[in-house]
Write a protein that binds this ligand. Structure first.
Ligand SMILES: [Zn+2]
Ligand SMILES: [Zn+2]
Ligand SMILES: [Zn+2]
Ligand SMILES: [Zn+2]
Length: 426
């Protein structure tokens, strides 16, 4: 092998040297035919040519008419293809590469691939009485994942579900007024509840017509602890449940569109709030002082949030917004009115870099807040934005002291907080 290679290199050297020196044999060369040799992965080859054994010049033809330039066919290099992998979904390993031409094999580190899940498929349909189930599996290792589908809604006709047969009996003593639209009685509005009732059932219909709204102040200051809503409500009126301090559970129907001013003000026992996709507006002060609230999730439809709607919900731990919502974002565990006004924060908030304003009372009294970093683009910090954040011992601003001085700051924005100076980070 080595010998052949050096012989070839020598031949090349002679060709080149002969060409450079212009050595000539006159009209007569003594030609020797060098056959074509195909290159391999690692060894060069050559084209077919004629070489003069006398002067060393190389030609493409037996008559020494056309001089041969470069006669070398370069080595091809290996053409590796993956022929095996020892890495799995969860563990690093190796990738085995084999040259499709010569069979040379090499191994390279391969990171764990992670699972490659297919789409979820329904294995059990949800009904109005039981949850459904969906499964998906990893196409690489077969691991399966399961998720549950929430129950579907009942389909009521005169308070009896035509799907499961459930008959709902509204709490005795609820009173109603008619809802008239364009001269037609279209349904009923619940206007008052009997005093002292802790478990309230709101039926789907009353006197054969749907219950479509809860009127202003209907349950205000009632001792209700649980409200089961079977009505396809569109509206919950002003003050409807305000100061229901024992109210721990309420589940909104998907038909709900509007929640009125102060509707749930000071419902301090509510711990979770899930606004369905259909809810479009939440009135001023609607959830003000819901100090027991830990989790808030906002659906796709919400477009209007009134002033102070969520002020003083200072024990929130999780804030999320449907990714389909075009007006609000929940990025960074806070409620931001797009493009950049942070309306509500919580102890776990990480202010997104796109935020330009911290709204009035946005973090008012948030108990668990220890440290917060404000992005460079902030132009305004609202009134009482961090007021009474007694645990907040570090406030970092991604900018200079001079830039910080230019930010508009509302009254008492840092009243009763625990940091003495802002930290600048550039
Ligand atoms: Zn010659
Ligand atoms: Zn090869
Ligand atoms: Zn897997
Ligand atoms: Zn049903």
């Amino acid at each position: 092998m080595f010998k052949r290679k050096s012989a070839l290199l020598l031949a090349l050297f002679i060709c080149a040297a002969a060409a450079m020196s212009g050595a000539a044999c006159g009209e007569e060369h003594l030609l020797e035919y060098i056959g074509r040799k195909g290159p391999t992965c690692t060894e060069p080859g050559n084209i077919a040519y004629w070489r003069c054994t006398d002067c060393g010049l190389c030609f493409l033809d037996a008559d020494a008419v056309t001089a041969a330039g470069d006669t070398v066919l370069p080595a091809l290099g290996h053409a590796y293809a993956v022929t095996g992998v020892t890495a799995t979904c969860l563990a690093d390993g190796e990738e085995i590469l084999t040259c499709v031409r010569c069979g040379d094999e090499k191994r390279e580190h391969a990171d764990a691939s992670g699972h490659l899940f297919g789409a979820f498929s329904t294995t059990k349909r949800a009904t109005c009485t039981s949850e459904g189930e969906q499964k998906r599996s990893c196409v690489l290792c077969g691991k399966t994942e399961t998720r549950t589908l929430p129950k579907t809604e009942h389909l009521f006709r005169d308070n009896t579900c035509s799907l499961c047969g459930l008959t709902v009996h509204g709490t005795e003593g609820l009173t109603y007024s008619v809802v008239i639209e364009r001269g037609q009685t279209v349904g009923y509005r619940l206007v008052s509840a009997p005093a002292g009732e802790t478990d309230v059932v709101i039926p789907n219909s009353y006197l054969g017509l749907p219950v479509v709204a809860i009127g202003a102040g209907a349950f205000a200051e009632s001792p209700a602890e649980r409200i089961a809503i079977y009505a396809d409500l569109e509206e919950i009126g002003e003050n409807a449940f305000s100061r229901c301090r024992a109210l721990a559970e309420i589940c909104f129907p998907s038909s709900l569109e509007r929640i009125g001013k102060d509707a749930f003000r000071d419902c301090s026992s509510l711990s979770e709030l899930d606004l369905p996709d259909g809810v479009l507006s939440v009135g001023e002060g609607a959830f003000y002082g819901c100090s027991g609230l830990k989790k808030l999730s906002v659906g796709a439809g919400l477009s209007e949030v009134g002033e102070s709607a969520f002020w003083n919900c200072h024990r929130l731990e999780t804030i999320s917004v449907s990714e389909k919502n075009a007006f609000f974002s929940g990025e960074g565990n806070c409620l931001t009115r797009l493009p950049g006004e942070l309306l509500l924060g919580c102890a776990a908030t990480v202010v997104p870099g796109t935020v330009t304003e911290i709204g009035d009372y946005a973090f008012f009294g948030v108990e668990g807040l220890r440290s917060l970093t404000l992005p460079h683009g902030i132009v305004r910090i609202g009134a009482a934005a961090f007021r009474d954040c007694v645990g907040l011992s570090e406030l970092i601003y991604r900018g200079t002291a001079a830039e910080w001085a230019l930010i508009e700051k509302g009254d008492e924005w840092n009243f009763r907080t625990n940091f003495s100076e802002v930290t600048f980070l550039t």
